[in-house]
Design a binder for this molecule. Structure first.
Ligand code: G6P
Length: 605
């Protein structure tokens, strides 16, 4: 993954490079570094702590310069130690930062060793740095264009050379890179957000582009080496610090922002129609016979939940697949299937690649459900529905998930209506329920003190099981994911009916079993599953709707959910699971917003 920034200016750019990293930490935070060109020499600072530490180093050592690059790392090749932190140097002459993975780095390394290059890191990045050094004949732009022809894999790079002041060269294939255009100064970054405050004019580089930034201009060559002209777009990216307010962590703040985020995402229209998904949606939706949903992580679970809605409300066959699996398997393309990609960031490498794979197989109609309007995913799909969660900072996704669910519910109702399965009265009922969701969520958030009491016990456990059925099985999956990613407690989720086929063997007094118990058609079945756990001495922690008649008893702890919410119930039931994970992680003292080994946006496969 990683985030990169580059700048050429007539002023000291160190603070722009460091501040850019702060805003790109969502892409990884294993280490960070900055290199500047000053008086004909490359200078560098690197840290395996967070950007604040790098900032202190930069200030203490007066690392000033008018040309420079910086990087925040999510480790792929090589441990997160200083030697592997970018910028990576080649013979104190070339400095380079890289986001992505070079798949043929081993053969390139052997070739470069043969030419006398020594390797000081375990990174795949170092081969690119030496390769550019080996190809340099007085023109960095030309050397990079030659070098990228030899690279296989995904990359976005920014490079400087000690003999070329006021020049930064960038290249991208598979990983994002934007050029920021200033007045007498120019910039590069993984994301426009990194450059907020420096410019609002951006060029989104295309696959295979190489660019050269100088003080007064930008040159771009396309993948065939021809000069290219790219559209300049205005993006007002809000880069200001997001305030924590009364909250301890961004994750907690984002959980509590859900009523607002959901209200902002629900369309204001009195009736839903295809235009909510784009100008061409009516025509596209009319010709489809099924849906293929592709996503990763939490977004995948929103897709799994949507399958229940789409098949029950719109009666349209729906397949949901993990993007990294779909992209590499032989599948049977159905040109009449609408491909739906779901992503908070719109930059997740596997989801992007799965989308491109589907397009290459002849899928014509594509829709993204995404929280970032300027993302690669939104640009690549025919149709789009934007969620309005606002910036999500905590690595563990919360408000992005519930707003995705809202978007997918709107999709199910819209398709149901077009296909003759939702009449005007039903539609009005669904819209009414959606509009009441923010208030219903506030009542669920008020359960926080009871959940804190449970989290104390959970924090002493090393394993947990999550159970759900039907529409709430994906919610159990999401609850288990939340707990494991931020508290590091091993957690697994099962459809409750599957318990007897294996996981019941794990149930002892030491095993908490979290159960999502809505008052729906499967309630009686679920109650039987609860008894199966009790009979084996397991400790049940049940989030039960009113009127389920599930009550506190020996081995069974109950938190009562305020109301049953019909088909929209998953949106309410996930919230206590988010809070349980959050408070358990707090009790264990983990780094909630930046859990170990993870990143917010996964831009490598
Ligand atoms: C990472 C994040 C998750 C997220 C997943 C998919 O793993 O930590 O929170 O669900 O990526 O990201 P996307 O931006 O595509 O929704």
């Amino acid at each position: 993954m990683c985030g990169i920034v580059g700048a050429v200016a007539q002023r000291n750019i160190a603070s722009i490079l460091v501040e850019g990293l702060r805003r790109l930490e969502y892409r990884g935070y294993d280490s960070c570094g900055v290199a500047v060109l000053a008086d004909g020499a490359l200078r560098r600072a690197r840290s395996v702590a967070r950007v604040a530490d790098l900032d202190a180093q930069v200030r203490e050592s007066d690392l000033d310069g008018v040309t420079g690059i910086s990087h925040t790392r999510w480790a792929t090749h090589g441990a997160p130690v200083t030697d592997n932190a970018h910028p990576i140097f080649s013979r104190d002459t070339v400095a380079l930062v890289h986001n992505g993975i070079i798949e043929n780095y081993e053969s390139l390394r052997e070739m470069l060793r043969g030419k006398g290059y020594e390797f000081a890191s375990q990174t795949d990045t170092e081969v690119v740095t030496h390769l550019i050094h080996s190809l340099y004949r007085g023109d960095l732009y030309a050397a990079v264009r030659e070098a990228v022809k030899q690279l296989h894999g995904a990359y976005a790079i920014a490079v400087i050379h000690k003999d070329q002041p006021h020049t930064v060269v960038g290249a991208r294939a598979g990983s994002p890179l934007v050029v920021g255009l200033g007045e007498g100064e120019n910039f590069l970054a993984s994301d426009a957000l990194a450059l907020a405050g420096s410019t609002e004019r951006f060029i989104f580089l295309e696959e295979g582009d190489v660019c050269e930034l100088s003080l007064n201009g930008v040159r771009i060559a396309d993948r065939d080496g021809n000069d290219a002209v790219r559209e300049v777009r205005t993006v007002v990216a809000y880069g200001g610090a997001v305030e924590l307010g009364p909250y301890r962590h961004f994750m907690q703040k984002e959980i509590f922002e859900q009523p607002r985020a959901i209200a902002d995402t629900i369309p204001q229209a009195e009736a839903f129609d295809a235009t909510l998904f784009g100008e061409k949606a009516a025509e596209a939706f009319a010709g489809i016979d099924s849906l293929l949903i592709l996503a990763c992580g939490t977004s995948y679970y929103s897709g799994l939940t949507a399958k229940y809605w789409l098949e029950s409300i719109a009666k349209i066959p729906t397949q949901v697949e993990i993007a990294s699996e779909y992209r590499y398997r032989d599948s049977v393309p159905n040109p009449k299937a609408l491909v739906v990609v779901i992503s908070q960031s719109g930059e997740t490498a596997d989801t992007l690649a799965a989308l491109k794979h589907a397009q290459s197989l002849g899928h014509r109609h594509t829709l993204s459900i995404c929280n970032v309007g300027t993302s690669a995913m939104v640009r690549l799909t025919e149709l789009a529905f934007l969620t309005h969660a606002g910036r999500e900072i905590g690595v563990a996704s919360t408000k992005a998930f519930t707003t995705q669910l809202v978007a997918l519910f709107v999709l199910a109702v819209t398709l149901g209506k077009m296909r003759g399965h939702v009449d005007a009265a039903q539609e009005a009922g669904y819209i009414k329920q959606l509009r009441h969701l923010p208030a219903a969520l506030n009542s669920v958030l008020a359960l926080e003190p009871q959940i804190i009491a449970w989290s104390e016990e959970f924090s002493r456990k090393e394993n947990a099981l999550f159970l759900g059925r039907g529409l709430h099985y994906p919610i159990a999956l999401e609850g288990a994911l939340k707990l494991k990613e931020i508290s590091y407690i091993h957690a697994e989720a099962y459809p409750a009916g599957e318990l007897k086929h294996g996981p019941l063997a794990l149930v002892t007094e030491a095993m908490p079993v979290v159960t999502v118990a809505p008052n729906d058609a499967l309630l009686e079945k679920l109650k039987s599953n609860i008894q199966e756990v009790r009979a084996r001495g397991g400790q049940l922690y049940v989030f039960a709707d009113a009127d389920t008649r599930i009550v506190n008893d020996e081995g069974i702890h109950v938190i009562r959910m305020p109301e049953h919410y019909g088909l929209l119930s998953p949106i309410l039931h996930v919230v206590p699971l988010q809070l349980l994970a959050y408070h358990t992680a707090c009790a264990r003292g983990t780094d909630v917003d930046k859990p170990r080994n993870l990143a917010k946006s996964v831009t490598v496969e």
